[in-house]
Ligand binder design. Sequence first.
Ligand code: ATP
Length: 255
Amino acid sequence: MSVLLSLQDVSADLGRTRVLQGVSLNVGGGEIISILGPNGAGKTSLMRAALGLIGATGETRLGGADPRTLTARERALRAAYLPQRPQSIWPIKVEVLVALGRFAHGAVPDRLAPADQAAVDAAIKACSLSEFRHRGMDELSGGEKARAHLARTLAQHAPLLLLDEPTAGLDPAQSLGVAEILEAHAAAGGAAVFSTHDIALAASVADRVVLMKAGAIIAEGAPEEALTASVLEAAYGRAARLERVGDTFAAVFDR
Ligand SMILES: Nc1ncnc2c1ncn2[C@@H]1O[C@H](COP(=O)(O)OP(=O)(O)OP(=O)(O)O)[C@@H](O)[C@H]1O
């Protein structure tokens, strides 16, 4: 199994806040890993450190290289990043936004080579956006916009997906669609790391969950083994448990 991302004892500060504390994580091809944890736990910071977007101590390797030494293009060929709440500043068409995902392959959005066009079409289809592809980004609902940004990320065809809350704002059926996209990516040998507050979805989809609190990983492993009641309570400060429901899960928080 190829190692696509490796963090060893990574710590980082933003301003006066220690946002990562001794984080170690290895991600190999074929894996789906979900990052969980309360607001402010460090999930976004972990992804940004993985990409070299924030300074950190320890050792970070993205596709075997220190991400701080990579050009934007080299980084984009290794990892596709979906930021939390991405913005599209211009009212560009959906298919043009998705084509921007091809920049690392040398694509120009209005003159796509066949391979770039095929990648754009496949990403639009996977994200159920075919009927919206000619619409402006300013003519979409919140969930449709989120899917367009995900499609841009997928069109990049990077082996590692780093997705910060890819299902935020999506309806349950669309969230399951994202889960199936991640499963297909992993089945093809890629890896997906995604953060979410949907514990049940994470447990259903991820091979491994990583639970963070205050910048540190407090539990990691197969969902049912890692997400014990005591660990969930330690993370969220409320009594909670993961329950199996058929072949999926529910996260139950006591009131
Ligand atoms: N630019 C910044 N300067 C100082 N502190 C920051 C900065 N950005 C984030 N933080 C702090 O870093 C910590 C981790 O933030 P991060 O965005 O990584 O959390 P998160 O787990 O992704 O949270 P959420 O679930 O709310 O998205 C938080 O305490 C946050 O307040």
